[in-house]
Design a protein around this ligand. Structure first.
Ligand code: GUN
Length: 293
């Protein structure tokens, strides 16, 4: 069994980004600039945004964060988005989700200029991805594709089972892996909360992607021998063995599944580090106008 070391692969890609940003700065090109908007005090969102800022700094990308109070109105948020859409200094920006209940996430996502939508959530970017046109790929699916690619995992003709159909992970990764591309050319099955016999279907997968949002949902009897297992889940559970008082686990019961599969991503240190790295790659593409010319 091989551990797919997402931390190491992400570090390698970040070095490549850093080299390219340094080259651009040397050539007096523009320095890439990522902005993030966060509304309210959600602790997980604050951690994500702080991680993004730190990652930008580590590769030389300029980052700015707009912290808005919980009671920000939808109109105020739309005005800030309009400002960033028109700010030539900013190459790409994200609005951290979830948003407070009184703000429509759909409306907010649709107000972002697709050419600056480095999260790849705007329907225009999703539609371009569906059509095989250049687009910003959502960070987590993009990260998974790169993990498979850089770990030299053959995908062509393989049966890939995706557990979960979220807009952010399950649906886009199923599209990406079924595309005529490498990685890609998989036969894909998507399972979700209404799927019958989910365990039996999962056990037919050559490549199993667990993005179902339930801690340790995938047990050894749901995994085919020598399958490739990608664990997208991240759950904090109390622990008396760590200083922080908690530890992280995934959607896969690692101890038993790792004994049966050929490759597996650990939690932490698998898919997670790739997600922010993909966002940095999208920001670089935005600055170089690689997607929208
Ligand atoms: N919340 C959790 N993941 C993400 C992400 O990738 N982008 C944004 N904008 N919000 C998130």
């Amino acid at each position: 069994m091989k551990i797919i070391n997402g931390k190491k692969i992400a570090e390698k890609i970040r070095m490549e980004i850093k080299t390219e940003v340094a080259r651009m700065i040397d050539a007096d090109d523009k320095t890439p600039h990522l902005a993030a908007i966060i509304v309210g005090e959600d602790p997980a969102s604050q951690t994500y945004v702080a991680g993004k800022e730190k990652a930008c700094k580590s590769v030389g990308i300029t980052s700015s964060v707009y912290k808005l109070p919980e009671n920000t109105t939808e109109k105020e948020l739309l005005e800030l988005i309009e400002f960033l859409n028109n700010d030539a200094e900013v190459d790409g920006f994200i609005v951290q989700l979830p948003l407070p209940g009184h703000i429509s996430e759909e409306k907010i996502i649709q107000s972002i200029d697709p050419s600056k939508d480095v999260d790849g959530f705007h329907p225009v970017n999703l539609g371009r991805m569906l059509s095989g046109l250049p687009s910003y790929l959502p960070a987590t699916p993009y990260g998974i594709v790169q993990l498979l690619d850089r770990s030299k995992i053959e995908t062509e003709g393989k049966h890939c089972v995706v557990l979960g159909r979220s807009n952010i992970v399950g649906t886009p990764i199923s599209i990406l892996l079924s595309r005529k591309a490498n990685p890609g050319n998989c036969t894909v099955t998507i399972c979700h909360s209404k799927t019958k016999d989910i365990g039996k279907i999962a056990a037919t997968a050559d490549i199993l992607i667990a993005a179902i949002g339930q801690a340790e949902f995938v047990k050894a009897d749901m995994v085919k021998k020598d399958a490739v297992v990608i664990d997208v889940g991240i759950h904090r559970i109390p622990s008396d063995k760590t200083k922080s008082g908690f530890r992280l686990i995934g959607d896969v019961k690692f101890d038993e599944v790792s004994k049966k599969c050929s490759h597996i991503t650990p939690v932490p240190g698998g898919v997670g580090p790739m997600t922010i790295t993909s966002l940095l790659q999208n920001t670089l593409k935005a600055c170089k106008k690689e997607i929208y010319g």
